[in-house]
Design a protein around this ligand. Structure first.
Ligand code: AMP
Length: 287
């Protein structure tokens, strides 16, 4: 496995590849969720490049950026074990040279609400770094996790809207045994807060249960129930919503025009102390 730290090394490596190149962008602090994306990438490509880069432009809170776990040694060991061919781990100056003029890539229709609203500038930072990484790595295929559901929608829209010649594949959310979605931020949870974090998963399973088995048709009732589950776990709720899985718009489940079957995504975000967690689940609502 090659460790590439600058553009010269990356370009030289890329030019020698003759087959399909799969790409998994990450911010490091790797866990089994990231490894699952590498496994998916392998099905679509001959060479796999993983980037490890804690992107400063997507953090709207300085303390979140500073405290973000940085674990290069174990990350590179996990990549090696997962059969990754090259790791791209540039220092900040390589991604953002001092004299660079800022370029904005924006997908306004998908970023006004939810994470975009709670984390101003976050998706512009994500789009900026992903567009840049795509141009540097020139992958044929890139794999993103459904764990970051809105991010996946934004990336798909960016790739389609800017005609980037890259196939985007989604990987399902990998969870701990009790259901907590794996996240690099979980390792910052205190022993006391770890059981409380399950409130997000429990809220989602409750919401899905209401929509599928209990045939609840009032989105507000489902949203209130999800919020209650999170609050019962002492999670500070940022949002708990039922949305259209493609447009992320509000769903009117009572809409007579709606078909008898409707897909939905349930999205939650909350805080435990200074650790912010998000999760989501999709389901088919039968009315
Ligand atoms: P991050 O390092 O948090 O920026 O995440 C890098 C990629 O891994 C993103 O595409 C995430 O959606 C994905 N990812 C993070 N957590 C999980 C998980 N639990 N299961 C699957 N994919 C994940």
């Amino acid at each position: 496995m090659q460790i590439l730290e600058n553009l010269e090394q990356l370009t030289a490596y890329r030019q020698q590849r003759t087959g399909r190149v799969g790409f998994v962008p990450t911010m490091g602090a790797l866990h089994a969720g990231h490894v699952s994306l590498v496994d998916i990438a392998r099905q679509f490509s001959d060479d796999i490049i993983v980037s490890l880069f804690v992107n400063p432009t997507q953090f709207n809170e300085a303390s979140d950026y500073e405290h973000y776990p940085r674990t290069f040694e174990s990350d590179s060991a996990m990549c090696l074990a997962a059969g990754v061919d090259a790791v791209f781990c540039p220092p900040v100056e390589v991604m953002y040279p001092r004299d660079e003029v800022e370029v904005a890539v924006d997908v306004p229709a998908l970023t006004r609400e939810l994470e975009g609203e709670k984390r101003p500038g976050h998706f512009q930072g994500v789009c900026r770094v992903v567009a840049k990484l795509f141009n540097m790595v020139q992958p044929d295929v890139a794999v993103f996790g459904e764990k970051d559901y809105q991010q996946l929608a934004v990336i798909r829209a960016m790739v389609a809207g800017l005609a980037m010649p890259i196939q985007i594949i989604a990987g399902p959310t990998v969870r701990e045994q009790d259901g907590l979605a794996m996240s690099s931020r979980n390792r910052r949870l205190s022993d006391e807060d770890r059981p409380k974090a399950l409130g997000l998963y429990k809220a989602l399973t409750r919401g899905v249960e209401m929509l599928t088995h209990a045939h609840e048709t009032d989105a507000a009732t489902v949203e209130a129930a999800m919020r209650d589950v999170m609050l019962a776990h002492e999670v500070e709720v940022e949002y708990a919503v039922v949305r259209d899985p493609v447009t992320l718009a509000r769903l009117d489940l009572n809409d007579a025009q709606a078909t008898r079957e409707q897909n939905a995504v349930l999205l939650v975000a909350g805080r435990l102390g200074d650790v912010r967690l998000i999760d989501n689940m999709t389901c088919k609502i039968s009315m």
